[in-house]
Structures are given as structure tokens and as C-alpha cells.
Write a protein that binds this ligand. Structure first.
Ligand code: URA
Length: 250
């Protein structure tokens, strides 16, 4: 299939992402996580983003709100983005796990494996040119190698994830940098190299394989949003709003 035909319209991308989001919401692959989570934290940001961040796993605030990086580490991430002239609405932010591990314990290998398919599907649909892995878990997962973040941070490399070649850029996790000024300085320096990395554009792509067909876009099929009743949105409207936020249609 020619490259042009493989390019997805923004609308098709969002529709396909909504399907993946619906699947994720009902996911029962990790029995413990499915039983203890409040929400599935799919990710948020721009579905057409060139830059994707992959953190570790939702914490308590993320589980509560259904959105990634909303706690102190998230505030730092927002600040670092602002320092390079970017906003959350211009990037896509997700995690290796979509559910909070109880007590914020480390993700288990089987959980990382269970959730990897969702992450690869997001990469396939959003088609970022740069993926910033935040900390050890996402770096090891996406590189398929146990080398740690201390050795790898700040060194971009081209990697093929699923059917897509991306510039993988490991950096320290903002949560770790919150408490270690030297690490924060390094994180800031690594962040400062992101604009130049983005300016390189997408790396050369591998020969196309069979790409599963996406549902046809139906621009007229979107129902008009119901007006909000006085006293705030209905639970359905609140849920729909989270859904839109999670796809970053700010
Ligand atoms: N919040 C997230 O969503 N992910 C992390 O890795 C840490 C905090």
C-alpha cells in the first residue's frame, strides 16, 4: 500500500482511538488491577501529536481523575513542556500501564506484557515521530532491553515499534527529578534537546506490511451534544467529556 494511503485522517485516527479506548475500559487482562482500579487511564493529549510521552503507571490522582500525570510529577512535566514552548494539548501522554497498581507498587512483568498491545496500538494510530520514555519501566519495555535510564537518558535512537519506526528518546521520570535537584537539571537539559529532535521529522519507515483497515470516517454521524442541564452535566455528559479530554481534543 502506498505511503499516502497509509496516512490516516485526523478523524479516522480519533475514531480508531475511541475504539481502543472502549476496549481498554472493559479490559480484564490483569485480574488484580481490573478489580482495584477506579478508572482506566488511557492517555491524553493530541491524537495527531508528533511527540508522545510514556510514563510508568497511573497513581492515586490519575486513577481518580482518569487522566495521566495530574499530580506533582505531571505539574513538572507541564512546566518542562512550557520551557520548550509546548503545551499538553500538543503532545500525547500515556503510560506503560493503564491501571493503577495497588499501593503504587511497581508494574509486574505480566502486567506490562498485558498492556503492551494497547500502547503499540496508540503508537500505530497516533504515529508520533518522537517517543519520550520517562524512566526505567517504559524505557526497558519499548527497547526490549534491561539497560537502565541512567545509562541511556538523553540519547535518541531509531527503533521500530510494531510497524512504525520512531525516534525513541529516554529521559528521567519527572517524579524522580522532583526530589533530586541534579536529576532535575539533567532532565531539563534532555528536554531542551527535544525541539531539535522533533525538527528531524519521522525516521525512514520500514517496508509497509498489511495494515488492518480502519473504520470509515463518518463526519456527519457525530450526534449533537445535549445541552447541559442546570446544576451541571449529567453522569453521561461528564463521562463523554472525560472521553474527549482523553483524546486531547482540547
Ligand atoms: N503519573 C502517571 O500518569 N504516570 C506516572 O508514571 C507517574 C505519575
Amino acid at each position: 500500500m502506498p505511503q499516502q494511503e497509509r496516512e490516516r485522517s485526523a478523524l479516522q485516527r480519533r475514531e480508531a482511538l475511541k475504539d481502543v479506548l472502549a476496549q481498554a475500559r472493559g479490559c480484564l487482562r490483569c485480574t488484580e488491577l481490573a478489580a482495584t482500579r477506579k478508572t482506566v487511564v488511557f492517555g491524553m493529549g493530541n491524537a495527531d501529536a508528533d511527540l508522545m510521552f510514556v510514563g510508568e503507571a497511573p497513581g492515586a490522582s490519575e486513577d481518580e481523575q482518569g487522566l495521566p500525570f495530574v499530580g506533582r510529577a505531571g505539574k513538572l512535566l507541564d512546566q518542562l513542556l512550557a520551557e520548550i514552548g509546548l503545551e499538553r494539548s500538543e503532545v500525547f501522554i500515556t503510560n506503560t500501564l493503564q491501571c493503577r497498581p495497588p499501593g503504587n507498587r511497581d508494574p509486574l512483568p505480566v502486567e506490562l506484557e498485558n498492556c503492551q498491545e494497547y500502547l503499540l496500538r496508540k503508537v500505530e494510530l497516533i504515529e508520533p515521530t518522537v517517543i519520550c520514555t520517562l524512566g526505567n519501566f517504559s524505557t526497558k519495555l519499548l527497547r526490549g532491553d534491561p539497560t537502565g535510564i541512567t545509562r541511556l537518558h538523553g540519547q535518541p535512537e531509531v527503533r521500530v515499534l510494531g510497524a512504525r519506526a520512531v525516534r525513541l528518546y529516554p529521559i528521567y521520570h519527572p517524579a524522580a527529578a522532583l526530589y533530586t535537584p541534579r536529576m532535575l537539571e539533567t532532565l531539563r537539559e534532555d528536554f531542551a534537546r527535544l525541539p531539535a529532535l522533533l525538527a528531524l521529522g519521522a525516521p525512514e519507515q520500514p517496508a509497509p506490511q498489511e495494515v488492518p483497515a480502519l473504520p470509515d470516517a463518518q463526519p456527519d454521524a457525530e450526534p449533537e451534544p445535549e445541552p447541559e442541564p442546570e446544576g451541571g452535566p449529567t453522569p453521561e455528559q461528564a463521562q463523554a467529556r472525560v472521553e474527549v479530554d482523553q483524546l486531547g481534543l482540547f
